[in-house]
Design a protein. Structure first.
Length: 363
């Protein structure tokens, strides 16, 4: 196993599963993570939001289409183990309905030949990586390293809300309604998702928006002194793979040119592709039973097969045409319910083998 960037030739990838994705467990940790998009729910306490089976079936069809498309590109596709039923989990501090291993990018970073399990923001996701362990053990037996950040307790009061309060948002109605128990003296924990990173050989862009993320950054720097971690200071609340996506050295997909100012100076001169805007009418309407947990920018969440080939949602023809005009080969794959399940093709995948190594793209 070896994967150090987002764009060199992809050889092997893990594609997530949505089996038994029957509910969103909308507790305080979920509401804070998706705060911008769950305003109607905030302050309501914990609730299970059922997802209609039709949408889960359609999601599974689209994931199968993604797997088939990657296989047709010559990529070896591996899958997590499938949950056999809906699972309720419990810690000494909280209860949750477990989320299946769909957005596998979030709870793991691959840094070269090392698997790094991260420390989830959302309580329902704390055991997701158990379904990836058969794969992780096979990589370890083949010579890869395997590390894990300290598992967070996700106790009441340990999630830093500084990103929102700096913007003048009042999140007290969420934190006050949190049903979890606290732990005296614990304070802020190390909490971090792999999708807060973009890998560029020996350099890693890393979004740090609060104290939870700062603790994770310190841990990563201690564990990987050979890498250069470049802090993107609150470029987003957490994930950045629908904000800035390196397509190859010198060229990136960026939600808006204003985000250049957050990037390392060596990247600010890169050529930029700004995706065409999408309005709400381009997406399914879930208002009869729920809401969108992802923003309308989710289709920027593309996956590169190599420096000239990109997997893009077929329902975003404007981006397909733009990339093709820049001489990219676009692999168009349908993904209908990206805003309901909160992930695009980059989220759904964990690339474990790419041709690139620790090149110095930012020197």
């Amino acid at each position: 196993m070896s994967s150090s960037d987002e764009f060199t030739r992809l050889r092997e990838v893990i594609v997530g599963r949505a089996d038994h994705y029957t509910d969103h467990d909308a507790d305080a940790s979920f509401q804070l993570f998706f705060f911008d998009n769950v305003t109607p729910l905030t302050g309501a306490g914990r609730s299970l939001l059922p997802i209609p089976p039709q949408y889960v079936e359609e999601l599974n069809e689209d994931i199968a289409g993604l797997s088939d498309a990657l296989t047709a590109c010559g990529v070896t596709v591996r899958r997590p183990a499938a949950p056999g039923k809906d699972v309720d989990i419990r810690s000494p501090l909280w209860d949750a309905r477990a989320t299946p291993p769909l957005n596998v990018r979030d709870n793991t970073i691959i840094l070269g030949d090392t698997i790094v399990e991260t420390a989830p923001h959302v309580r329902a996701r704390i055991f997701e990586n158990d379904y990836l362990k058969p794969l992780f053990y096979s990589y370890r037996e083949a010579g890869s390293k395997w590390l894990a950040m300290p598992r967070p307790a996700l106790a009441r009061g340990t999630l830093d809300t500084a990103f929102y309060t700096r913007q003048g948002a009042d999140v007290s109605h969420v934190t006050d309604a949190d049903e979890a128990l606290g732990i005296d003296g614990l304070g802020m924990e190390m909490i971090f998702d792999g999708a807060q990173c973009m890998r560029l050989g020996r350099d890693v862009l890393i979004n740090v928006a609060n104290r939870n993320h700062e603790l994770a950054l310190h841990w990563l720097r201690e564990a990987f002194p050979q890498l250069r971690f470049h802090v993107l200071d609150s470029i987003a609340d957490s994930h950045i793979d629908s904000v800035v996506v390196p397509l190859r050295p010198g060229l990136m997909l960026v939600r808006d040119p204003q985000y250049r100012d957050f990037l390392p100076k060596a990247m600010q001169s890169w050529d930029v592709i700004v995706p065409p805007p999408m309005d709400e009418s381009a997406f399914p309407d879930y208002s009869d039973f729920g809401f969108n947990i992802a923003s309308r920018y989710i289709d920027i969440n593309v996956l590169s097969v190599d420096e000239n080939t990109v997997v893009v949602n077929s329902l975003y023809p404007e981006l397909i045409r733009l990339l093709e005009a820049r001489a990219f080969t676009v692999v168009a794959v349908r993904h209908r319910h990206r805003r309901l399940f909160g992930g695009g093709f980059h989220c759904f995948t964990l690339d474990t083998v790419r041709d690139g190594g620790r090149e110095a793209y930012l020197d």
